[in-house]
Design a binder for this molecule. Structure first.
Ligand code: R1P
Ligand code: URA
Length: 290
């Protein structure tokens, strides 16, 4: 007998849609593009041949349609791993829970999810405009620590090597290492994206080593992050969602990957604020390859 999910746990609105995303199960495609900025959803959808539905609630803006005949859902997550917890659990519920009986479906439905984001580049070979695919994501956010499968989903060797190399201070929480789906990374990154390790942070300022008026717990952390190497992979970039996305997808049985365009070059101390049109090149690559 499948477990029954009570009203307060699986929250369904009176119109039958899931609580935050406001989507009905039939409105979700198998292929999903996730973006941070609700405005980026419209940019992605300008490439669609047709639109089936468009729904907005809070920072979650969703369009389902077709791109060159392929059914796709594009959805904004807003900023941060806390929102990825909501988005991934609600998408998984739409795919794998029967809303009528509030029990898990007998057949698993696998979603393919690609996040198209922006990020800060950390290496000389990642100037603004570079496209970076996250093979591994070190999660400074702590989200996966709340799930029982945390250790199975984390690359424990890389986690230990990283903590030792930087002299990690547990006052900053316990980082985990999530792995993107390797076949999906190969398909999406192809031969025109830089591949490596991403650090996903629980904030844009202190957690990414940006010091305005407040001093940091470890002011030398970024310099150590930039020098760290593991099995030929360097840490290329900072963003804020890839670890939770890859980690939860692994635990839930979905395929996920993140690719981002660099808009801040932390080494050269440069920032590109007018990037919104430039990200279209990354969007079309992902639309063709997902
Ligand atoms: C911070 O400015 C936001 O930008 C990046 C970070 O991950 C964070 O969400 O991604 P998006 O441009 O997709 O939001
Ligand atoms: N997004 C981030 O999280 N960090 C940056 O530096 C730029 C975009």
């Amino acid at each position: 007998m499948n477990r029954y999910f009570a009203e307060s746990e699986l929250v369904i609105n009176s119109d039958g849609s899931i609580f935050h995303l406001h989507l009905l199960p039939e409105q979700l495609a198998d292929k999903v593009i996730l973006v941070g900025d609700p405005g980026r959803v419209d940019l992605v959808a300008t490439h669609f041949d047709s639109k089936e539905c468009e729904i907005s609630n809070r920072e979650f803006h969703t369009i389902t349609g077709t791109y060159q005949g392929k059914r796709l859902t594009v959805l904004s997550t807003g900023i941060g791993c806390d929102n990825i917890d909501i988005v991934m659990n609600e998408l998984d519920a739409l795919a794998n829970i029967d809303f009528a009986t509030r029990t898990e479906k007998s057949e698993h439905r696998t979603l393919t999810l690609v996040r198209i984001g922006t990020c800060g580049g950390l290496q000389p070979e990642t100037p603004t405009g570079t496209y970076i695919a996250s093979v591994k994501s070190i999660g400074f956010d702590g989200l996966l620590n709340f799930y029982a499968g945390r250790d199975e989903a984390s690359d424990l060797e890389l986690e230990a090597a990283f903590k030792k190399f930087v002299g990690w201070d547990l006052k900053m929480g316990n980082p985990y290492v999530a792995t993107a789906n390797p076949a999906l990374i190969d398909r999406v990154a192809c031969d025109d994206m830089v591949r490596g390790i991403t650090v996903a942070c629980g904030g844009f300022f202190g957690p990414q080593g940006r010091q305005l008026r407040l001093p940091l717990t470890d002011p030398n952390l970024n310099e150590k992050i930039e020098r760290f190497e593991y099995n030929g992979l360097k840490i290329n970039n900072f963003e804020m969602e890839s670890s939770a996305l890859a980690g939860l997808a692994t635990l839930m049985g979905h395929e996920a990957a993140t690719c981002c365009m660099v808009i801040a070059n932390r080494r050269a101390k440069k920032m590109e604020t007018n990037y919104k049109g430039d990200i279209d090149g990354l969007i079309t690559r992902v639309l063709d390859r997902i």
